[in-house]
Design a protein around this ligand. Structure first.
Ligand SMILES: C[S@@+](CC[C@H](N)C(=O)[O-])C[C@H]1O[C@@H](n2cnc3c(N)ncnc32)[C@H](O)[C@@H]1O
Length: 271
């Protein structure tokens, strides 16, 4: 349903409601409380009219049905800047009348709303249309920390360095990052998976690598080490990532640890 119902009072607020990567148990209490509201409008992203919204699926699997007013917003999977700008504008124009009518709008987000999410584009476009737009984010669990928990590897420890990168820049860019990072998280790996597998094998990195698909969904899949070779030539879900623990990293000298303060720092703090 898309009909705006005018309410008296000021402008409504837009919330980016992070729902975690798929397991309803990873919905935060704040997001859960937001979902219970029946007075707010729900909007949720989908790639096309034929593909159901994964964010909506998380909410419904948690047992919460949409309120009377709800609609999907289409964000096509493309790097075409013009097409994307049109989609963001359409989405903002859908949401704005509700906000102007005083309704709060909840944009359901898979994972965390600040992590590679469409929500940021919507918020920016909305502010450009109406500078009075009031936008809030409810933080959530992202896909890669949930994936680390499920495969049983720490995301980072002590002085570990971590890089989180979309694989779209290609194997060459991942190769350049390798010397500086203990953990690499590669997102959006689907189109490059075969190249990445070849590179992992060539660089002797497979033993510390984990592939995680649809973490938190009922059909979550995990493969580690040499088992990842089975994925060559197969299709994986867009919701897939790689966690690479780099055994070859040589750490330089650490200048200052958190445990021991240098006398210079102690003196400055005491002054
Ligand atoms: C547009 S980003 C969304 C990131 C999300 N907002 C988050 O907080 O993790 C999409 C990419 O995130 C990763 N991703 C998101 N959800 C996932 C899931 N449930 N399982 C595995 N990877 C996921 C995949 O690499 C996917 O290509």
């Amino acid at each position: 349903m898309t009909e705006a119902v005018p309410l008296s009072g000021g402008m409504g607020k837009l919330y980016g409601v992070s729902l975690g990567p798929g397991d309803p148990g990873l919905i935060t209490r704040a997001a859960w409380a937001a979902l219970q509201r029946r007075d707010a409008v729900w909007v949720y992203p989908a790639r096309s009219g034929k593909t159901p919204s994964y964010a909506l699926d998380i909410a419904t699997r948690a047992g919460v049905m949409p309120p009377d007013l709800h609609t999907q917003l289409l964000f096509p999977m493309t790097h075409d800047g013009e097409k994307l700008a049109v989609a963001w504008m359409k989405a903002a124009q859908t949401v704005l009348p509700w906000l102007r009518a005083g309704r709060d709008v909840l944009f359901l987000v898979e994972g965390d709303a600040s992590t590679y999410a469409t929500f940021g584009h919507l918020a920016r476009t909305l502010r450009a249309l109406d500078a009075d737009s009031d936008v809030h984010v409810i933080a959530g669990v992202n896909s890669f920390t949930a994936a680390c928990a499920d495969v049983g590897v720490p995301f980072s420890e002590q002085d570990d360095t971590v890089a989180i990168v979309p694989a779209a820049y290609g194997v060459g860019s991942v190769e350049r990052l390798l010397p500086d990072f203990d953990t690499l998280v590669l997102m959006k790996i689907k189109p490059l998976l075969d190249d990445l597998i070849d590179w992992l094998q060539r660089r002797d990195l497979l033993s510390g690598t984990h592939f995680v698909e649809r973490v938190g969904a009922v059909d979550e899949r995990r493969l580690s080490g040499a088992d990842i070779l089975q994925l060559r030539g197969t299709k994986v879900s867009y919701l897939s990532l790689l966690i690479i623990k780099n055994p070859h990293r040589i750490r330089g000298e650490r200048i200052k640890g958190c445990l021991k303060k240098s006398s210079a720092v102690v003196e400055t703090e005491a002054a």
